[in-house]
Design a protein around this ligand. Structure first.
Ligand code: NAD
Ligand code: ZN
Length: 368
């Protein structure tokens, strides 16, 4: 399956399927001016999948040097950015060379950012290995690192020249990480396509169980939806913000739990989507049935759904509210929420009464 991202001179293709990693050599070869690439990965992914990538490159006579970074969010830092850029320069990377990134959203964001500032921008190939990276972070060109001021506060828009999403590599992904990525998949159904949400209600379990066809279909559908939004609004001046459905609540929950193992990003998104649709129902924007339907699906999938599913002490409604207003989605002092008129019908709203959100959070915390 191929999803084309038609961004004029920055257009590229996303190849999605089984056995795509084995095709890396001949898919990447057309982009090379010499038979050598610099590969960036993390320790976990390198241990599992690097050999197959290098073998696929070798078949086409392409040599590869590899930088292996530690796994984990901490790698999206100034320190590792410097390390990566210096390493790429040591490899004598020229303007015509290509960086290949194999891993999750962390190395994708970091090495994509490094590629964007190396000699004012060199091309890079994304080989996303988590579900989250396949459906979200590898598509759309956002790159960056975390700094003291917050997550993703330093970065660039830099589109890859090619994305190779092989669902076979998801087989080594722990279930919790898979479900975290699934939250983003479900988000696409919620925000823009009720048919897709319905499909997920029917095929989500199969995806979780490892059904290759279901996984390919869901990744393709998600990439297509993200692409459609990104080409209309590449630099997030408007519509692209719909992709933040569930994220205003989710980011606050992540911050409240210290970006720790207590709550993965997608788990925050899952709970956040539940809260966003509940809020929409309370505001009379969508049917009362929508929140129960969404949460029922998440529960069936074995995902975190409510605040009480977060282990440990929960923050107060007040502190969650504060964390939400620190999120970057605040425009001109007004909190912006992604709300829903129904499943598949998200929109941006800047006039949600603070009291209504406080009441929702307090009610949810009471259940906890
Ligand atoms: P990640 O890259 O940290 O991967 C999660 C863990 O899974 C890591 O320990 C990794 O080593 C391991 N892993 C990766 N692939 C594996 C595989 N196939 N088998 C076994 N283990 C594997 O995290 P992530 O969830 O992929 O990405 C999260 C990051 O993505 C965050 O930093 C977030 O800000 C960023 N992000 C960026 C965008 C964007 O548009 N650029 C969008 C969403 C998220
Ligand atoms: Zn997300």
């Amino acid at each position: 399956e191929i999803v084309h991202v038609p961004l004029r001179e920055r257009a590229y293709d996303i190849y999605i399927g089984s056995g795509i990693l084995e095709q890396a050599g001949f898919r990447i070869a057309p982009f090379l001016s010499r038979p050598r690439v610099a590969v960036v990965s993390d320790e976990t992914v390198a241990g599992l999948h690097l050999e197959r990538l290098q073998a696929a490159l070798r078949v086409e006579g392409i040599d590869s040097d590899v930088l292996t970074l530690p796994a984990g969010e901490g790698t999206k830092s100034w320190q590792h950015l410097i390390q990566t850029v210096e390493w790429l320069l040591e490899q004598k990377m020229g303007r015509d060379d290509v960086v290949v990134v194999i891993g999750g959203g962390v190395v994708g964001d970091l090495a994509g950012f490094a590629a964007s500032i190396l000699r004012r921008g060199v091309r890079f190939v994304q080989i996303p290995t988590t579900l989250l990276a396949q459906v979200d972070s590898s598509v759309g060109g956002k790159t960056g690192i975390n700094v003291a001021a917050g997550k993703n506060q330093v970065g660039n828009f830099h589109q890859p020249c090619l994305v190779l999403a092989d669902v076979d590599v998801l087989e080594t992904l722990p279930e919790r990480a898979f479900l975290s990525g699934y939250a983003e998949v479900m988000k696409y159904g919620l925000l823009g396509d009720e048919k897709f949400f319905e499909w997920l209600e029917q095929h989500g379990e199969a995806m979780k169980a490892g059904d290759t066809c279901a996984r390919i279909a869901a990744v393709r559908w998600s990439c297509q939806m993200k692409t459609d939004i990104v080409i209309r609004d590449e630099t997030e001046r408007g519509e692209r913000a719909l992709l933040n459905l569930g994220h205003t609540f989710g980011h606050a929950l992540e911050a409240a739990t210290g970006y720790s193992d207590r709550l993965l990003h997608g788990e925050g998104v899952s709970i956040g989507c539940g809260l966003a649709v509940e809020l929409s129902a309370r505001l009379g924007l969508c049917s009362q049935e929508d929140p129960s339907r969404v949460r029922a699906h998440l529960r069936d999938m074995g995902m975190k759904v409510e605040l009480k599913d977060i282990p440990g002490d929960l923050p107060s409604a007040e502190s969650l509210m504060d964390l939400m207003s620190q999120d970057k989605k605040v425009v001109a002092g007004q909190m912006r929420y992604v709300l829903m008129r129904g499943i598949g019908r998200a929109f941006l709203s800047s006039d949600v009464p603070r009291a209504e959100v406080m009441r929702l959070l307090n009610d949810e915390l009471q259940h906890a």
